[in-house]
Design a protein around this ligand. Structure first.
Ligand code: AMP
Length: 226
C-alpha cells in the first residue's frame, strides 16, 4: 500500500502517519525527520539543510528530491510506503508522479488532513518532540496529550523520554513561512495536493477534518483505508 499524506505543519500528519505505519507495516518516510536526523548527526546533508529549515524555507529541490526518490528504493519500501512532508511543492509533486509512472508504481491513497491556518499555528508552538520517538504526541496546551512531570522535569507522556521543542516551531516568522508554502495553490504544497487528488484511476482520496482528537481523526482515516 503506497500513501501520500498532506496537511499543514501542526495538523497531526506525523502522528497519523505513525498510526498507519504500525497498522499496515509500511515504511513511514518523513522528509523533515530525515533532515533533523542528519542535522543531529552533523552530516554534510544536515549542514546544507539546516539554514533553510531554521528560516522555515524549503530545502532546495536538488537536495530533497533525490534524497526521497532514493529512499523509496530501499528494501523496507517493498511492502509499501507512506510519504509525510513530500511532495512539498509543485515541482516535487510532478517529479514524484513521473518517477512513480516510470517505475510502474501505483499510488493507492492520498490522505489529506484539513486544518485552518490559525489552529495549525497554535498547535505548532506547543508541541514537544520526544528524543526516543518523534511521533510520541506531546503538547503543553492539550490535556489529552500533555507531557508528564518526573523528578521535576517535563517528560514524554508515552515513554518518559526527554522532550525538546523544535527551533523552527518557536519562531513566528518561520511558522508563517511554512504555512505560506503549504497553503499556496499555485506552486506550493497545495498545488501538489490538488494535482494528486485529481489523479483518479486507482488512487483513492481520503480527506479528513484534523480538528477532532487523535483517535477520532485516526478512526476517520482508518475507516476509509482498506
Ligand atoms: P517538517 O518536519 O515536515 O515540518 O519539516 C521541517 C523542515 O524540513 C521544513 O520546514 C523544510 O525546511 C524541510 N523540509 C521537509 N520536507 C521538505 C521537502 N519535501 N522539501 C523541502 N524541504 C523540506
Amino acid at each position: 500500500m503506497n500513501i501520500l499524506t498532506f496537511g499543514p505543519n501542526g495538523s497531526g500528519k506525523g502522528t497519523q502517519g505513525a498510526i498507519i505505519k504500525d497498522k499496515y507495516n509500511v515504511a513511514h518516510i518523513e522528509s523533515g525527520a530525515i533532515f533533523r536526523k542528519n542535522i543531529g548527526g552533523g552530516t554534510e546533508l544536515g549542514k546544507q539543510a539546516k539554514e533553510y529549515i531554521d528560516r522555515g524555507e524549503l530545502v532546495p529541490d536538488d537536495i530533497t528530491i533525490p534524497m526521497i526518490l532514493d529512499r523509496l528504493k530501499e528494501d523496507d519500501c517493498k511492502n509499501g510506503w507512506l510519504l509525510d512532508g513530500f511532495p512539498r511543492n509543485k515541482v516535487q509533486g510532478e517529479t514524484l508522479a513521473k518517477a512513480l509512472a516510470d517505475d510502474g508504481i501505483k499510488l493507492d491513497y492520498v490522505v489529506e488532513i484539513i486544518l485552518p491556518r490559525d489552529v495549525a499555528k497554535l498547535r505548532i508552538t506547543g508541541r514537544r518532540l520526544c528524543t526516543n520517538d518523534n511521533n510520541h504526541p506531546n503538547h503543553i496546551a492539550f490535556d489529552a496529550i500533555k507531557p508528564v512531570e518526573k523528578d521535576g522535569k517535563i517528560v514524554c507522556r508515552v515513554c518518559g523520554g526527554e522532550l525538546s521543542a523544535r527551533a523552527d516551531d518557536q519562531d513566528d516568522v518561520a511558522i508563517d513561512k511554512r504555512h505560506d508554502i503549504y497553503y499556496d495553490e499555485t506552486t506550493g504544497t497545495m498545488a501538489a495536493c490538488i494535482f494528486f487528488k485529481g489523479l483518479g484511476g486507482d488512487t483513492k482520496v481520503i480527506s479528513v477534518d484534523g480538528g477532532p482528537s487523535i483517535q477520532e481523526v485516526s478512526d476517520a482515516i482508518m475507516s476509509q483505508l482498506s
